[in-house]
Design a protein around this ligand. Structure first.
Ligand SMILES: [Zn+2]
Length: 263
């Protein structure tokens, strides 16, 4: 008899509990789920070698994790979420890299973390190259500087002139290097593009243009080469330099022009 009573009690208790649970069912709390899955996600994304501080890791993963979970009522498996995060892996890694730069002082990054940033930062390299370059240089990481230069050429503001100090093609129209801050002299710009021999060659394909450059005493230099000022149409996307010739250079070109012109 007492046993039966016990059974009944259990049955009675279980029914309402189940009902209550069903009524209370709400969306999964993704932030809580992140606490639970944090390590699995770290491994699943292949970033555990970065040894990021757990709080930092949580902070930078929060946003993508929550959107990968979505609004669901039943708890998704860690693997499902990881697969979603890895679906656009390049963007995901770049997002994490940019978040790390913002959260951690660059001098305090471990070598692994610095390498992760250098490898994964693509488009934001326009803004982040100066810091990343300075740090890679300080640590003597030529290999990382090579990667930065490669990414700069693909995603940065590639310029027709290479900076003689840092080697980045990052010399802006005001002759300053966007990456290392060095200011080039007019002479360095001319040397970097081998200007005089380009102008001498110009006689063979555009003598009129050359004549105009000699007369006006300056030219516009683009990635395609020198152009006379009257033919230059500035477009926002293109890096150009206005280069003034010295009187000696003008005389030299004039001589060349006259010799050919007389023939
Ligand atoms: Zn430079």
């Amino acid at each position: 008899m007492p046993r039966k009573k016990n059974d009944e009690e259990e049955e009675e208790e279980e029914e309402p509990r189940r009902e209550k649970k069903a009524k209370k069912e709400k969306y999964v709390d993704a932030e809580k789920l992140l606490d639970e899955y944090l390590e699995e996600v770290e491994v699943g994304l292949g970033i555990s070698h970065l040894n990021l501080d757990k709080e930092l890791l949580k902070e930078i993963l929060k946003e993508p994790f929550i959107s990968a979970v979505g609004q669901v009522k039943s708890k998704p498996k860690a693997r499902t979420i990881i697969n979603r995060l890895n679906a656009s892996r390049d963007e995901m890694m770049e997002y994490l890299a940019v978040r790390i730069v913002r959260e951690v002082e660059i001098g305090k990054l471990t070598d692994d973390q610095l390498e992760f940033l250098v490898v994964n930062i693509k488009k934001p390299i326009v803004d982040l190259a100066p810091q990343l370059y300075a740090e890679a240089k300080k640590r003597g990481r030529k290999d990382l500087i090579d990667i930065l230069q490669y990414n700069w050429n693909l995603f940065g503001l590639r310029s027709p002139v290479k900076c003689p100090r840092c080697g980045f093609e990052a010399v802006m129209p005001d002759y300053s290097c966007r990456v290392c801050g060095y200011s080039l002299s007019t002479r360095e710009i001319k040397e970097a593009v081998n200007l005089m021999s380009q102008l001498e060659e110009m006689y063979s394909y555009d003598p009129e243009g050359l004549k105009e450059i000699i007369t006006s005493g300056y030219l516009i230099y683009l990635s395609t080469g020198p152009v006379p000022p009257s033919r230059f149409n500035p477009s926002n996307s293109e890096i150009f330099y206005e280069i003034t010739l010295t009187s000696q250079e003008k005389a030299q070109l004039n001589r060349l022009y006259n010799i050919h012109h007389q023939v």
